[in-house]
Write a protein of this length. Structure first.
Length: 190
């Protein structure tokens, strides 16, 4: 049985000139260069959702490794999910070119979600997780398979409400992408 601390979502990235490092948010990623992401556990099936700018795409791969080209003028990130004996696990990894900074926060509780579990309306407060310099943020509700169920824009300085009544009961992730930060929090729909 695997140690509960890694869930198979630990790994490495290989960048230009074969430089290898532990998988984490990659600042100063080289624009227009190729990168490989390799997770440590080849056994489970993975879902990969790539976000570049405001566009999210579920990639057609379920393997433990992918290769991609770094965009020339934008950050890109990957929301990776897998299911194992502990449930559904996720991780976000961002690749940021040298012109900006980017922070990734996963399940930190910095974004207040209530009620959780929720039935019809989910309220969330981004004021502690999105810098005051971010004027708008893109929010996505993602199901346990990595499928984007809903996308909308918010203004981070005030509490937000979103209608989730049409979502089936289950576990979801609220992913918030601002100009300088990405936050992912888990919630239950009942």
């Amino acid at each position: 049985m695997r140690a509960n601390s890694s869930f198979g979502l630990e790994g490495i990235y290989v960048g230009p000139n074969g430089i290898t490092n532990t998988l984490y948010t990659v600042n100063s990623a080289t624009p227009s260069s190729s990168y490989d992401i390799r997770l440590e556990n080849p056994e489970p099936s993975y879902t990969w959702v790539q976000t570049t700018g405001s566009v999210s795409t579920t990639l057609p791969y379920t393997t433990y490794g992918i290769s991609f080209g770094m965009p020339s003028n934008s950050s890109t990130s990957f929301f990776i999910t897998t299911t194992n004996e502990c449930g559904t696990m996720n991780r976000t990894v961002a690749f940021v070119p040298p012109f900006g900074s980017y922070r990734v926060k996963n399940g930190t509780g910095a974004t207040a979600l209530f009620p959780n579990p929720a039935k019809n309306v989910l309220t969330f407060d981004l004021s502690r997780s999105i810098p005051q310099t971010d004027n708008k943020a893109t929010c996505r509700i993602i199901d346990g398979t990595g499928r984007v169920m809903k996308t909308f824009e918010v203004f981070p300085r005030e509490p937000q409400e979103v209608d989730i009544s049409e979502l089936p009961a289950g576990s979801y992730f609220l992913q918030v992408v601002g100009e300088q930060v990405m936050v992912t929090e888990k919630f239950q729909k009942i």
